[in-house]
Design a protein around this ligand. Structure first.
Ligand SMILES: [Fe+2]
Length: 305
């Protein structure tokens, strides 16, 4: 894991000052505006739907999806990746137990952690203890790789690394299986708060023509990843909207990417992608028409005709 950069250190020391200096577009994010949270809570109470939203937020689901690639190395055919993102552990009660209940009953080859482990302004010791426990449980099943999100201080990366996770902060590594290799890159927060993602740096150890996966907290770097020849982009951050209208139509997406990339599978030219709805909640402890998820992704090799 890279040591903390000077810029990240400065941002973490001057959180609110940093936020005040951001341009309006970056500053205007639901996670950065405390009064917006209060309004949302008030509206939910007003319409007596608080209990429903809370119950929805606790209904963690396992989504199973599959991606096919003609260039996937033979040894990685049928590889299963468990993607866990946006846990926001200190925002939803018993989230560790719910997660572990699902994890214990499934098998996977690698686990990817997509960031937003806690809430930025509420980071506490309990969340660090919980993260250590979760990581150690996951490590009983597979290697664990992680990135940081816009809500994560660097201390979270240290906690995860100490527990045994391989943290990728603007860096990448080769994963080997039999005689085949794939390249996995992870980037720092890409958009709304720290904005310290460096895809070039993350790509510098990639081998030419290798199969490449980008793990990023948010989908915003999809263009850069595609330009650098990534085959798969795995991400979260949007929470799928979290507060949605019927049929899952998001009211606020928290990102500038097209709505087709806000949740689920998507494509950008030759690159395929998946945006998880996330496992937790942000701002308010409720979800509507947008259940929380962790995702079991199977990689398949297609035979070229
Ligand atoms: Fe999040």
């Amino acid at each position: 894991m890279r040591p903390i950069s000077k810029k990240r250190k400065l941002v973490e020391q001057q959180e609110r000052l940093h936020l005040a200096k951001r341009n309006f577009k970056r500053r205007f994010h639901t996670e950065n505006i405390p009064w917006l949270r209060r309004i949302m809570r008030f509206l939910i109470r007003l319409f007596f739907v608080q209990a429903i939203g809370k119950k929805n937020a606790e209904n963690l689901k396992l989504e199973k999806i599959q991606f096919s690639f003609p260039n996937l190395p033979e040894a990685f055919d049928n590889t299963r990746i468990l993607l866990i993102t946006d846990l926001h552990l200190d925002n939803t009660k018993d989230s560790e137990e719910r997660l572990m209940k699902i994890v214990k009953n499934i098998d996977f080859d690698y686990c990817f952690l997509g960031g937003d482990y806690t809430n930025r302004w509420q980071e506490n010791e309990t969340a660090h203890i919980s993260l250590t426990k979760i990581t150690k449980e996951l490590l009983k099943k597979s290697r664990v790789f992680g990135v940081l999100g816009n809500n994560d201080k660097y201390q979270i990366a240290r906690t995860l690394a100490r527990a045994g996770a391989e943290m990728l902060i603007n860096e990448g590594l080769l994963i080997e299986r039999n005689n085949d290799k794939i390249y996995l890159a992870g980037i720092d927060d890409c958009c709304e708060y720290y904005a310290l993602a460096d895809t070039k740096l993350a790509n510098q150890n990639a081998e030419k023509n290798s199969f490449k996966i980008m793990l990023a907290h948010a989908p915003d770097k999809y263009r850069e990843a595609e330009n650098q020849g990534y085959d798969l982009y795995l991400t979260g951050h949007t929470h799928g909207g979290q507060i949605c209208l019927p049929f899952g139509i998001a009211v606020i997406t928290g990102t500038t990417v097209p709505r087709t990339m806000v949740k689920g599978k998507w494509n950008y030219h030759a690159m395929q992608g998946y945006t998880s709805r996330g496992a937790g909640t942000t701002n308010i402890k409720a979800r509507y028409f947008c259940p929380p998820e962790i995702t079991l992704i199977t990689l398949r090799k297609t035979t070229a005709n």
